[in-house]
Ligand binder design. Structure first.
Ligand code: SF4
Length: 346
């Protein structure tokens, strides 16, 4: 069930829950070939990139999604989403178990996948679970035959940390790093590992993330966090670890690509993102936010898909039957209140 927040500022400030696992806390430790490895918990971080990206695309989308909590009803976790969750959980478990390929490790990988599926609010399909385990089996078979990274941290939460020392708390951000490892593909240097699954092309993913807000945020927070550079030393690159999903008899493809982060891009990114955070924190239910008509369809992988609110922006109230309010109620049943003067479709 989604929470109703009167103000997006609350969403942006919704980082306090992460503090206990954040910069002030330790994860568990395990042993790896290179020594001790810190192991955190999986899942999206509370104030990470995914909470921001809709706001950077279109302020109206951010308001509809994060402030008003409007959504399309679903009966199950979408397969692509479940697969992403499961593959992350299984990969982290394999990294944390010294890249072993024995039956006991595979059982742990499967257990991690099912554990994270059970955490989802909506059921995961058998098809998604079966695809996920197949991709992991292929991933392990592929990478176990090649030089392995040396992880120092897995599923590692950093933050909440500010972009600049004096930033107010609602501008502090978090990031969950899939791993921090010394990668042979980067000459043995320490990198932030970032797993991506795709139905499109591997090169499309590399192109997309060559200059992208998520790795830039990971890098910036890692530099500033006491659970980042201060703990593990500087990182050289963000290492994209891409799985091209196989369908039917088609096998998966795998690729690791170091993405260098330039000082020039970090300088403008930090400045621009802070400005955007200030704008988003001022959006409440009633704020008259601009729409970005250039983002109503967007490219995901190789497909062009609609913004989830396209029908609402196109038809207004008459599209309301497709959507639900944050509490699950029908949009057409909405009544104005002291905090909600503007209709949800406006
Ligand atoms: S449909 Fe277009 S204008 Fe409406 S929220 Fe989505 S991106 Fe913004």
């Amino acid at each position: 069930m989604r929470k109703t927040n009167a103000r997006a500022g609350m969403q942006l400030r919704e980082v306090s829950g992460a503090i206990s696992q954040g910069d002030g806390a330790q994860g568990t430790s395990g042993n790896n070939e290179g020594g001790s490895v810190k192991i955190g918990e999986g899942g999206a971080s509370s104030a990470g990139w995914h909470k921001l990206q809709s706001g950077l695309r279109c302020q109206k989308e951010f308001q509809l999604e994060h402030v008003r909590g409007i959504h399309k009803p679903q009966v199950q976790t979408p397969d692509y989403f479940a697969i992403g969750i499961g593959v992350h959980a299984g990969r982290a478990t394999w990294f944390g178990n010294k890249f072993r390929t024995d039956t006991a490790t595979w059982e742990k990988v499967k257990h991690a996948v099912r554990r994270d599926f059970e955490k989802q609010k909506l059921p995961v399909t058998v098809k998604a679970e079966s695809a996920c385990l197949s991709y992991l089996e292929q991933y392990i078979a592929y990478w176990s035959m090649r030089p392995r990274p040396t992880p120092v941290a897995i599923e590692w939460l950093i933050g909440p940390v500010p972009f600049e020392p004096d930033d107010p708390f609602f501008m502090h951000r978090t990031a969950r790093l899939d791993d921090v490892s010394k990668y042979p593909e980067a000459g043995g240097h320490l990198c932030i590992g970032e797993l991506k699954t795709t139905s499109g092309g591997i090169q499309d993913v590399v192109n997309e993330y060559t200059l992208h807000g998520q790795p830039l945020m990971q890098w910036t927070l890692f530099k500033r966090s006491k659970r980042g550079e201060k703990k593990f030393g500087p990182v050289k690159h963000v290492m994209l670890d891409v799985i091209k999903k196989g369908y039917g008899s088609e096998k998966c493809q795998f690729h690791r690509q170091p993405i260098p982060i330039t000082d020039y891009s970090l300088a403008w990114y930090s400045r621009d993102l802070r400005a955007q955070l200030k704008i988003l924190s001022g959006i409440d239910w009633n704020t008259d936010t601009p729409r970005n008509i250039a983002q109503c369809t967007r490219v995901v992988g190789r497909a062009r898909v609609n913004c989830p609110y396209l029908d609402l922006c196109r038809w207004g109230k008459s599209a309301g039957t497709q959507y639900r309010l944050a509490d699950g109620g029908f949009m057409n049943s909405w009544r104005p209140s002291e905090e909600q003067l503007v209709p949800p479709w406006k």
